[in-house]
Design a protein around this ligand. Sequence first.
Ligand code: AMP
Length: 469
Amino acid sequence: MAVFGIFGTKTERVASSAYYGLYALQHRGQASAGIVVNDDGVFHAYKDSGLVNEVFSHRILDSLGVGQIALGNVRYGTAATKERVNAEPMLVNHIKGKLAISHDGALVNYGELRRELELGGAIFHTANDVEVIAYMITKARLVTGSIEEAVAKAMERLDGGYSMLVMSPQKLIAARDKNGVHPLCYGIRDDGEYVIASESCALDVVGASFVREVEPGEVVVFAKEGVKSLRVNGESKERLCVFEYLYTARPDSVICGCSVHLARKRAGAFLAKAHPVEADVVIGAPDSGIDAAIGYAEESGIPYGLGLIKNKYIGRTFIDPGQNVREDKVKIKLNPIPETVKGKRVILVDDSIVRGTTCVRVVKLLRDAGAKEIHIRSSAPEFLNPCYYGTDIGSRAELIACKYNAKEMAKLFGADSVGFLPLADVTKLGISGNCKGYCKACFDGEYPTEIPTEPEINKYDFKISENKN
Ligand code: AMP
């Protein structure tokens, strides 16, 4: 999931800037996209299921009109929340005024807060955390003097890993949970417009230069009077999701002062030190294994080669040929280059092994293309625990590392060996930056918050049939 926002004074291009910002953040969510434009307090919104360029046509962007402030969202749908009704930003009409809210991440106390709100008379339309966030903010607004204070007060009760943007008729507010699990930063354009985004690559796209990150437990307010900052009550501790460096973020983003590309190359280098093997070529699983493969090759001295090509146009709209069709489903997505691997001892670097399904398929592809040996190296350690902060790492029953060790996995995949990044190296990936601490709970089980004990989210899911047109 990702958020994007823009705060200007008299700009007419907020909708198109939001579009390009979200386009740059598409890798963080492909289920739905939405933009809300604020023209002197009048909100124009559009959101739907689909990729950014499927949801927004020229006509729809034009219909959003001109404005001074805008915010947007791309989100991925977990099995429980992929329905269209969960698309963001969420629009709220409240006695104290209108709001639009966009978030990235997840609450761990969603069930508890939702039940509390429902027992107080609230009704819900979605299975999305953002609706609970909206209620908590509007409740807090009844006892605070400003929307930013309401956001900060609501956050005292919102437990989890989330970044969010809240737009009121006059202001744009950016906030990050007290552990700073997911990234959020802002920049400024030459014309003085502020741009806020989940990742810095989205600032680059709209010509904004990076100013700084929103800190854990911080609420930053963009208003006509300028920019100001509030702190959420209670202790804040940085616990950045280390998987942002390994998989989630784009390599051209900078998080906590460290380039994601360099962090991934470093992971590859650590991997080469921890699990060396004699081989002829190092290849990366596209796209997120490439940077680590380059790092592995540089450290080991084994040449890097282009071994697998991914079709760039595979997306949500991929039409599965089904079992009765002859087309090779795997090859539609991924095809090997035999010239790189034939007769060679190949090291295949992937960013992670979650369920193990990718490894089984890729090993077969490489064997069919003539690879003599295949050594799989994962630039993430073994996944042993689910993620409750919005990364799609499922239950332990789905995680292959909970059932098998590296040797057993190699056998299952038909590979010659499997090696994982040692856990101790994970906190060194961002070493050239300024991150003070990481969440690596999916690897070591040390969660920075309480973990959910409340009813499953999908208990609340809605199935609404709507005609897209
Ligand atoms: P698996 O096939 O289940 O072992 O998943 C590993 C592959 O999925 C890797 O190639 C990753 O690039 C990709 N991956 C890792 N984490 C996620 C995630 N949270 N959501 C979607 N894909 C992922």
